[in-house]
Ligand binder design. Structure first.
Ligand code: SAH
Length: 238
């Protein structure tokens, strides 16, 4: 059994309230994650305490930042086993969220989780971010894009900013190298129409590391040239 009280306590220390039914959903999610992880490699973390802090709690840090909106249309790029998208959805019924991953197995798992948790307004897609950025129904269609542990910032900006509406934000979950990555992202920001809006640093509980959230405001439309063909952003980043 998951130590729900511990998660509840940690979140309440950050001013985030969790209901019993939400804790129950986290418990089910964790159980399924562990089960599926025996068959497919969904996450490297095996220790339950680590999963609670480094995946679930970490995913929710964004809730206390200024640019987070409860009724936004959100896209989680490179969601993997659903981080941060699924925890954010569990915390907020109104959120409309698209979870994207380029691995088919991840989508299968996500659809299973969506079904057993009876989540509404969640779509799991098997796609590459670069491809979605060129699809008319996805391009500049989201209020908020989020991404955690997917790629270096200049690459990630090319994946995510084309998907964000002008006036919306892209929020990247980064580790201790956030500042260096930001220093190398000047050209990407300029080319893609983004500007740094805020940087927030967090220490994870129990000395589990540092987390930096970088919020990028989409200030102007992204040029039609971007995102470039699949794989180009990663190979020749801006
Ligand atoms: N966000 C999750 C998973 C991180 S691992 C977490 O924090 O736990 C990175 C994931 O991004 C992998 O599942 C990989 O399949 C996916 N990914 C990498 N490049 C991608 C791209 N261009 N488009 C969509 N998904 C991508």
């Amino acid at each position: 059994m998951m130590d729900g009280m511990k998660l509840k306590g940690m979140l309440e220390d950050r001013g985030i309230k969790v209901s019993n039914s939400q804790l129950e959903m986290f418990e089910i999610y964790l159980k399924e994650l562990k089960e599926w992880n025996n068959r497919f490699n969904l996450t490297a973390l095996k220790d339950e305490n680590e999963i609670i802090i480094k995946h679930i709690y970490d995913s929710l840090l964004i809730i206390s930042t200024a640019n987070w909106q409860k009724e936004a249309k959100v896209i989680d790029v490179g969601t993997g086993a659903g981080f941060p998208g699924i925890p954010l959805k569990i915390m907020n019924e109104e959120l409309e969220i698209t979870l994207v991953d380029s691995t088919e197995k991840k989508k299968e798992f996500l659809e299973h989780v969506i079904e057993i948790l009876k989540l509404n307004k969640v779509t799991a897609l098997h796609a590459r971010a670069e491809e979605l950025g060129r699809r008319e129904e996805c391009r500049e269609n989201y209020d908020i894009a989020v991404a955690r542990a997917v790629a270096k910032l200049p690459i990630l900006l090319e994946y995510c900013l084309p998907l964000v509406k002008v006036g919306g934000v892209f929020i990247a979950y980064k580790g201790s190298r956030a500042v260096e990555e930001l220093e190398s992202a000047g050209k990407a920001l300029q080319e893609l129409g983004g500007k740094v809006a805020r940087i927030t640093e967090f220490a994870l509980p129990e000395n589990q590391g540092k987390r930096v959230l970088i919020e990028i405001k989409k200030e102007s439309k992204t040029d039609k040239r971007y995102p470039r063909r699949i794989g180009v952003a990663a190979k020749r980043s801006l």
